[in-house]
Design a protein around this ligand. Structure first.
Ligand code: ATP
Ligand code: MG
Length: 397
């Protein structure tokens, strides 16, 4: 007897002709995710993926934990694989079910025969197992409408499965089915959440981070790499680009009006990011901006930033309050890393009184007064990068 995991697909079951594409991407993502955990066999049937340990080292609970973070799966069940006989279903499942049933007051049984040759009908399986459960756990009663626990029996080609332990999946769409984008990843709370939210809609993500050594430290960069590692549990492998930004920041400071420093800096970040995006076949940029949160995130500032962009900029946090973003950051376990006190390049030369209502015309005029092109080219030449692999704990802060 062995325990397996059933993963139920979500919205992707509805995707018509694209369904097989969505499903095969999801299976690929699951396979990649499980690689670091152990050997598992995967089998897909009717919008369900059966994940079976292939040897004794394959830890089913670790697998379950990691599959809860794979987008495209809405529900997961732990199930017991049994011999395909009523005898096994009625006798061998009770011990297993006791975990889920001992704290419950009501239950119901559902049954499904994928193999119609099995000689007991589904309603009869429900009646027989239901009776057996009532005998064994006398504190329980049946409630077919709103049971605390639903015990499901599935009769499949080779075996029968019984499950009663149901878990929420991450929902969303499989990463890789929604295009490719570059995430502007700072060390803050918002941008990792933004990356998570777009990956949830199937977007494949690479991260770009701007640093300003020696004003920002090695540790500050490691913190951002750690954040990339944390979101990779949801997003899959994340390529991490680090752009040296000091010279550009100094040039803005020395050549542009102080109150426009931040907005010009953001426009130059966008310019560099777009060039990486072109190289990497990415078609959008993602940021963690939230409207009105700081001076660089007023509507006028966003308009000025976007005037420097040739590609769409997705800002999934734009309408969220800080407390709502923090809630998600806690759920995806990035918050504690985000609040570590290392400086970000954005805060190094920030003016005391940034203009909250800059116009595109004045920002463009101010930026065009200096030729940033050679510095942009140099920064791009000196980008360093590394692959952050999902499930590998390689960044030590
Ligand atoms: P966060 O919490 O994500 O740092 P924030 O509230 O601190 O956001 P800003 O510093 O204004 O806001 O940055 C807004 C967005 O710009 C960030 O969410 C991020 O997407 C991007 N960004 C800021 N600093 C950097 C950086 N050093 N490298 C890459 N992207 C950055
Ligand atoms: Mg920030």
């Amino acid at each position: 007897m062995k325990e397996i995991i059933l993963c139920k697909f979500g919205e992707i079951a509805l995707k018509g002709l694209n369904k097989s594409n969505f499903e095969s991407t999801l299976v690929k993502n699951v396979r990649r995710r499980l690689k670091t955990i152990g050997n598992f066999e995967l089998e897909k049937a009717q919008s369900t993926l059966y994940v079976t340990p292939a040897d004794e080292n394959a830890d089913i609970d670790l697998a379950l934990d990691s599959l809860k973070k794979v987008f495209g799966i809405v529900k997961l069940y732990k199930a017991l694989e049994l011999d395909k006989s009523m005898d096994a279903i009625l006798n061998d499942s009770l011990d297993y079910l006791s975990d889920a049933l001992s704290d419950a007051s009501t239950f119901k049984v559902t049954a499904k025969r994928a193999d119609k040759r099995f000689n007991v009908t589904s309603p009869q399986i429900c009646i027989d197992l239901g009776e057996r459960i009532l005998q064994t756990f006398p504190h329980l009663s049946v409630d077919v409408h709103e049971p605390d626990v639903t015990v499901s029996v599935e009769i499949r080609e080779k075996s029968a499965f019984v499950n009663a332990m149901k878990f929420d999946g991450a929902g969303g769409l499989p990463v890789g089915t929604g295009g490719r984008a570059l995430l502007l990843l700072s060390g803050g709370i918002d941008s990792p959440v933004a990356g998570y939210m777009m990956a949830k809609r199937g977007v494949h993500i690479q991260a770009v981070h701007f640093e300003a050594p020696p004003y920002t430290s090695e540790r500050a960069r490691l913190k951002v790499e750690k954040l990339a590692e944390k979101i990779s549990l949801y997003c899959g492998d994340v390529y991490f680009y680090c752009v040296p930004f000091t010279e550009i920041q100094l040039a803005i400071r020395d050549n542009c009006p102080n109150e426009l420093f931040t907005v010009i800096m953001r426009r130059l970040m966008m310019e560099i990011t777009q060039r990486i995006a072109d190289e990497q076949d990415c078609s959008a940029i993602i940021t963690g901006e939230s409207l009105g949160q700081v001076a660089s995130q007023t509507m006028s500032a966003v308009v000025c930033t976007d005037a420097a962009c040739r590609m769409p900029v997705f800002r999934p946090c734009i309408g969220l309050d800080k407390s709502e973003i923090v809630k998600i950051a806690n759920r995806i376990d990035t918050f504690d890393t985000s609040v570590l006190p290392y400086e970000d390049c954005c805060t190094v030369f920030t003016p005391k009184h940034p203009k909250t209502r800059p116009t595109v015309a004045e920002v463009e005029a101010a930026q065009n007064a200096f030729d940033f092109e050679p510095l942009i080219a140099k920064a791009i030449e000196n980008i360093s990068g590394k692959m952050i692999r999902c499930g590998e704990n390689s960044v030590n802060l």
